[in-house]
Design a protein around this ligand. Structure first.
Ligand SMILES: Cc1cc2nc3c(=O)[nH]c(=O)nc-3n(C[C@H](O)[C@H](O)[C@H](O)COP(=O)(O)OP(=O)(O)OC[C@H]3O[C@@H](n4cnc5c(N)ncnc54)[C@H](O)[C@@H]3O)c2cc1C
Length: 269
């Protein structure tokens, strides 16, 4: 059981940041992961008064507050239009609607969980995160950093020419994923992200230019085979490493072919 001694609702990010520097404090998102832990917390810092529960669209980006929920990602028209519904695809198997109405973007990314569908997709979108103290940095960099005491303020997805597709494999519909895969082409750069390996998601690019002429059946298969060789996978109670490697081939190829269909001009190059 999670036991909290003191509950605080800071009125500014500075105050929240100051508080979280102290030992035995914890920042609260939707608390869905935290509440599964058995620990005694000195001070719980609830960010709910800081107006971070919005998705703001500007001329050049979407700015997703840390307290925005996974359900908001799933139902946001502009974000899903820009991502060909890949955002909705990435979260729709996470437990259920009531759960997604509570789980936050901040908690999902700050946790950098190995199984995270959310991390996989935002890495493929080449998103940035804004930390109160650490400033704006690429999510890819943040994902590799050790645990730190900072406040994740928002996630920023720049508006670009984005083509993206999402795939995951689960043993049962709403279980944790056995493997996650997102493939994107942003302004001509291909990225392939594999998560739930079961380790944290990793990003690959098309260094050898396999996809440079646009996606087709042959190069989708070749690229998928190449990623399956390069990716480091492991075993856990959901699946063995061999199965994950085989799945990598299938999911990367499927995601690429979906991307190729949506990206017809690229395909015909
Ligand atoms: C039963 C269950 C099944 C799940 N299945 C999946 C799944 O299939 N796929 C998937 O992708 N995810 C899954 N998740 C994870 C879930 O989607 C959320 O990512 C998770 O619950 C964390 O979000 P939260 O808002 O509940 O954060 P919390 O539990 O409140 O916080 C998580 C961590 O992030 C920190 N934190 C939260 N917000 C901030 C912030 N703004 N700044 C700094 N630190 C912060 C907290 O201190 C804590 O360490 C599952 C979770 C559970 C409990």
């Amino acid at each position: 059981m999670l036991t909290i001694n003191q509950y605080v609702r800071p009125q500014s990010l500075d105050e929240a940041y100051e508080l979280c520097q102290k030992k035995n404090t914890v920042v609260l998102g939707g608390m869905l992961w935290l509440k599964m832990q058995s620990r005694l917390v000195g001070t719980a810092i609830d960010l709910c008064d800081l107006g971070l529960d919005t998705i703001e669209e500007t001329a050049d980006s979407f700015r997703i507050g840390a307290m925005a929920t996974l359900r908001m990602l799933e139902t946001h028209a502009g974000l899903n239009q820009m991502t060909q519904n890949a955002l909705a695809d990435s979260v729709r198997s996470i437990v259920g609607v009531q759960f997604r109405n509570c789980a936050t973007v901040g908690g999902s990314l700050f946790g950098r969980f190995g199984f995270s569908d959310v991390l996989t997709l935002f890495l493929a979108l080449d998103a940035d995160v804004e930390l109160h103290h650490g400033g704006v940095l690429p999510l890819r960099e943040f994902a590799e950093m050790p645990v730190l005491r900072d406040i994740l303020v928002r996630v920023i997805v720049r508006k670009r020419n984005i083509h993206v597709a999402y795939q995951s494999q689960r043993n049962t519909k709403t279980d944790f994923p056995v493997l996650t895969c997102a493939v994107s082409e942003i302004d001509g750069v291909y990225r392939c992200v594999i998560g739930a390996r079961p380790m944290r998601a990793v990003v690959f690019e098309d260094e050898s230019g396999l996809l440079s002429g646009g996606v087709n059946e042959d190069n989708a298969r070749a690229f998928a085979d190449d990623i399956a060789v390069r990716v480091s996978v492991g075993s856990n109670l959901r699946a063995g490493a061999d199965y994950r490697r085989r799945l990598t081939k299938t999911l990367v190829r499927r995601a690429l072919l979906t991307l190729g269909k949506e990206n017809e001009p690229c395909k015909s190059n």
